[in-house]
Design a protein around this ligand. Structure first.
Ligand SMILES: [Cu+2]
Length: 238
């Protein structure tokens, strides 16, 4: 009887060991099947482009091979996220804009165009100081001039230089500088450029940026009474 009991116990032990081997073997194979499940998506803020995908969780229930449990994770359909366009988004250009350096307080320069705060190009034919006109800077020191600035020095002796040349369409960074005790008001004669006007107090400098108009000669002058005859010059656009 004792020998028979031992035989049954060792027989059961062998069966148990074999079942363990089968279960282990299946648990190594099963993750390949589980990878085909639908990815889960997290909710994103309105307007963001890519839904956040949760990392895959691979779970395996060894009992499933005997018909218990379910080794397939629950399938959740991704939530429908409808993009909502706000007025702010409509104003943003599709590609990243390239911003140029400008003097303090002047209009921004985006992709080589002097623009308003709404990204619309400025107009040169409007009244100076209006929203569509290019802004002139606050009073700046020579150290704050842009590196590629053109400097027009106004004094009781006249304007220096009296001529300067630019390329059509290019961004002109123009410094109007008063040398001496007088105030000056820089202005173009052409009404199409009336928005480009800069007033400076004694010893003051201000800068303005604008895109050069079509080719031609554009006369400028100082609009302070008594200065018009001596402070005149020409911008030549090629
Ligand atoms: Cu003047």
């Amino acid at each position: 009887m004792e020998g028979m009991g031992r035989a049954i116990v060792s027989g059961l032990f062998v069966v148990l060991v074999m079942m363990s081997i089968v279960v282990l073997g299946l648990s190594f194979l099963s993750p390949l099947e589980n990878k085909k499940t639908t990815p889960k998506y997290s909710a994103t803020k309105v307007g963001t482009s890519t839904p956040v995908q949760e990392p895959e969780k691979i779970s395996f229930n060894p009992l499933s091979i005997f018909g218990f449990g379910n080794n397939k994770p629950e399938e959740t359909p991704p939530p429908a996220v409808a993009p909502v366009e706000t007025p702010l988004q409509q104003n943003i250009p599709p590609s990243p804009p390239s911003l140029s350096l400008t003097a303090i307080g002047t209009s921004p320069v985006v992709d080589g165009k002097v623009v308003q705060l709404s990204y619309e190009p400025v107009s040169l034919a409007v009244d100076p100081g209006s929203n569509q006109a290019p802004f002139s800077s606050r009073p700046i020191t020579p150290g704050e001039y842009l590196p590629n600035s053109r400097i027009l020095k106004f004094s009781d002796q006249g304007v220096d230089p009296i001529n300067f040349s630019v390329q059509t369409g290019s961004v002109i960074n123009l410094v109007i500088r008063s040398e001496g005790e007088s105030s000056h008001v820089f202005r173009f004669k052409d009404k199409g450029l009336k928005a480009v006007a800069v007033g400076v107090g004694p010893e003051e400098s201000r800068e303005i940026s604008f895109n050069a108009p079509g080719s031609g000669s554009y006369e400028f002058f100082c609009d302070i009474p008594g200065h018009k005859t001596r402070e005149i010059g020409t911008m030549i656009v090629n």
